[in-house]
Design a protein around this ligand. Structure first.
Ligand code: ADP
Ligand code: MG
Length: 552
């Protein structure tokens, strides 16, 4: 039975397509970038699989991508001779969205006035083509397979899948051909100059040739197809880098930091890394996956090699090694001493570049910190070796203002102050009304106000900055000791005979019983009568709460 039958889209896909069809997005150009990016990925995968099975490359010609505009009926076809998809892959990849964060993305998209930017950031990829096409036909043949398949859909609830016709199968020897039946208002994408404009803007650095195949005349290559990271810094402009970032990271924003260098020596490799200026959707995924791409001698190997520690997972880009073997297995990726060495060296370079930026271009660093500070702070907890550097880079909101460094804090210590004080809590407002700040304020002591969930973790490690220990105001016995109060005219209230401390404490202990470990008189408060604190050895209250929530 070769009759096509309808398969339903995953609910999220159906919802997404519904939004695409019924909304007007201004930046529809990105559909082409997405299709080219998929074609390039497919060529990368073929090149990688062909390392072990060279016969996969035998039929189907040299790797390339073709864009074929045709009028009346208006179709735009994107062709690659990459890895291709078999029946199950067509169903799995073009019928579902595997991405995490899809639900929250769809909710945002529903509210957004113009979701094109969101679509680009999230990377709905293939489905973006439904912004410009009312019907899409995909013919694909997995490299080495004797069977080609035809997937087709007009958006809506589902797609059809069937063996490709004789004619289609003869044409698609290897890889994928995607035919877009353009909507009437998308006819501009048939103009050669429009196609060239988009390719130049988004896909110039794709490593494979992209050819425009006009109705009349010869096909011609319209991208420069170079591995930009292999070129020397001196011949590249800021624009080249921005473009490379957008293409490599599939991003829309500007990079807040660019790091490009070549390491020579025991190991040789080229590094091109970027820090985005805006947050991606999956930043707080528990897997904490990085996405730096590993290449070996210009061949893409994987973006799953954890080339940077988890707290730098927002960094995007490429590391291209000259010495690693091409046939790196998964186990080798995990245990390779050379990769471990590269990881270590590149991590230090990234941190060094942060330091440089914080010094030379504080605004750019502030952008990185605003978006990724909560992630970088995970390093305070887990990267023992670089803790001091990370602490020095950290920016804090304090009782004195925003974006404060510990360097500034320490420079303005109060007389006799030997510790750095902080409070951890859910929100600034709640922290600011915390009675524990009163006595600090009375002495003019600056207090770090920590409100990111990760703050509870890194503060549970004993830390110090320039010999000054960090100390929580909500923990045990904070003793401001000899730090003088600011308002010297307001004398300490004289103890009256009636204030019998011991009696008050005994009465409170009696009333609270087992629910508290101890009741103590404290110099921490000025106008509140009492407050609750965690024991000196016990975990901080915020951490206690967070752990309790997680174990629920
Ligand atoms: P993403 O590229 O982020 O995975 P897409 O929606 O762009 O998301 O594509 C979904 C999947 O469909 C890809 O991961 C890939 O497995 C498959 N795919 C799309 N286009 C092609 C193609 N031209 N060749 C081979 N596989 C493809
Ligand atoms: Mg894609």
């Amino acid at each position: 039975d070769t009759a096509p039958h309808m398969q339903p889209f995953q609910a999220e896909v159906a919802e997404l397509l519904n939004l695409m069809v019924h909304s007007v997005y201004s930046e529809t150009d990105i559909f082409l970038r997405e299709l080219i990016s998929n074609a390039s990925d497919a060529l990368d995968k073929l090149r990688y699989e062909a390392i072990a099975k060279p016969e996969l490359m035998e039929n189907g010609g040299a790797p390339k991508i073709q864009i074929v505009p045709r009028k009346a009926p208006d179709t735009l076809t994107v062709i690659d001779n990459g890895i291709g998809m078999d029946r199950q892959e067509l169903i799995d990849h073009l019928g579902t969205i595997a991405k995490s964060g899809t639900k929250s993305f769809l909710a945002k998209l529903t509210e957004a006035k113009d979701g094109a930017n969101l679509i680009g950031q999230f990377g709905v990829g293939f489905y973006a083509a439904f912004m410009v096409a009312d019907r899409i036909e995909v013919t694909s043949r997995r490299a080495g397979s004797d069977q080609a398949w035809r997937w087709s859909s007009s958006g809506g609830a589902g797609f059809e899948i069937a063996p490709a016709s004789e004619e289609d199968a003869q044409r698609v020897v290897r890889g994928t051909e995607i035919v877009l039946h353009l909507k009437p208002d998308a006819a501009k994408y048939l103009e050669a100059y429009q196609i060239e404009r988009i390719v130049t803007a988004y896909s110039d650095n794709i490593q494979f040739p992209i050819e425009l195949v006009p109705e009349e005349g010869e096909p011609r290559q319209i991208n420069s197809a170079s591995a930009l990271w292999q070129r020397s810094k001196s011949e590249l402009s800021a624009e080249d880098y921005t473009q490379a970032y957008k293409q490599i990271a599939n991003a829309f924003d500007e990079p807040a930091m660019t790091l490009h260098y070549r390491a020579e020596g025991r190991y040789s490799y080229a590094v091109l890394l970027f820090a985005p200026s805006t947050k991606p959707f999956d930043l707080f995924e528990p897997q904490r996956k990085g996405r730096v791409k590993l290449y070996v001698r210009r061949v893409f190997i994987t973006d799953d090699a954890d080339l940077l520690p988890g707290y730098l997972r927002f960094i995007r880009g490429v590391i291209d090694s000259e010495d690693l073997p091409l046939n790196l297995s998964r186990e080798m990726l995990q245990n390779n001493p050379q990769l471990a060495q590269i990881r270590k060296a590149v991590t230090s370079k990234v941190i060094g570049e942060f330091e440089h930026l914080a010094d030379k271009d504080a605004d750019s660093f502030a952008k990185i910190w605003d978006s990724f500070g909560p992630v970088i702070k995970e390093g305070l907890w887990e990267d023992y070796e670089r803790r001091d550097k990370l602490l020095a880079l950290s920016r804090f909101t304090t009782t004195k203002g925003e974006n404060r460094t510990l360097k500034q804090y320490v420079a303005e210590l109060r007389e006799n102050q030997t510790e750095i004080y902080y409070l951890v809590g859910d929100s600034l407002d709640r922290l600011k009304s915390n009675p524990k700040l009163e006595s600090a304020a009375a002495r003019g002591i600056e207090v770090l106000l920590l409100t990111d969930p990760v703050d509870a973790f890194w503060t549970s490690v004993a830390l110090e900055y320039e010999g000054k220990p960090l100390k929580s105001l909500s923990q045990g016995d904070v003793d401001f000791g000899l730090i003088p109060t600011v308002e010297t005219d307001k004398d300490e209230p004289a103890k009256t005979e009636e204030t019998d401390e011991a009696l008050v404490i005994a009465t409170i202990k009696d009333a609270l019983g087992e629910r508290v470990a101890d009741v103590r008189a404290s110099q921490r408060l000025t106008s509140s009568a009492s407050c609750l604190v965690a024991g000196g050895q016990g975990p901080d209250r915020a951490l206690e709460r967070m752990l309790a929530q997680q174990s629920r």
